[in-house]
Write a protein that binds this ligand. Structure first.
Ligand SMILES: [Zn+2]
Ligand SMILES: [Zn+2]
Ligand SMILES: [Zn+2]
Length: 182
């Protein structure tokens, strides 16, 4: 049994509207009663196609040279940069990630993408010189073992870390503490 409910000023309550017409039996089904079915019917195939598209190079396959430098082979992409899977050459990808140390990068092998560490492409975190214009140290010191690992919301990252060795950055602990803004 369905009825319209209204607010009653006199006793400050909600209740069935005395004047509302009542109807017997279940109401007709609406699309909104089963949103999952509506999604499957209208969008599932589109979502699946778009997800599969990310497994390959998509529309970027037609570019034989990097669109940023117009010279080198575009074979790297970043899963965290909002670039629609744009493929870049190694040099342009490294330049774009000088401060994006925890982005997840992949390289096109010819028929699939492989994970690549930014560290292996030459990206390194220079500690102790955050307030310098170029952020580099004249005497960088590699972290012991060069096996620094940082756990971020996007995953576990093996990163290249260089401490400041010129004396301006202070104690190594201080250099690490100052790397964070929080
Ligand atoms: Zn390039
Ligand atoms: Zn990125
Ligand atoms: Zn230094």
């Amino acid at each position: 049994m369905n009825a319209d409910w209204t607010y009653n000023d006199e006793d400050d309550t909600f209740g069935p509207d005395d004047d509302a017409s009542f109807s017997e039996g279940p109401r007709a089904l609406r699309d909104s009663d089963d949103p999952n079915a509506q999604w499957v019917k209208n969008f599932a195939s589109v979502f699946l196609q778009e997800m599969l598209r990310h497994e390959g190079r998509g529309g970027h396959a037609k570019f034989s040279v990097c669109r940023r430098c117009c010279s080198a082979i575009p074979e790297y992409r970043c899963r965290d940069c909002l670039g629609g899977g744009e493929l870049l050459c190694r040099g342009c990808l490294v330049t774009a990630h000088r401060q994006l140390f925890f982005h997840r990068v992949e390289r096109w092998t010819g028929n699939h993408f492989d994970k690549v560490k930014l560290k292996d492409l030459g990206v390194r975190i220079q500690l102790g010189h955050w307030d310098d214009v170029d952020g580099r140290c004249a005497h960088p010191l590699r972290a012991p073992g060069d096996d620094f690992v940082i756990i971020d919301v996007s995953g576990v990252h093996e990163v290249g870390v260089d401490f400041c060795g010129c004396g301006g950055g202070g104690h190594h602990c201080v250099q690490l503490l100052r790397a964070s803004a929080t």
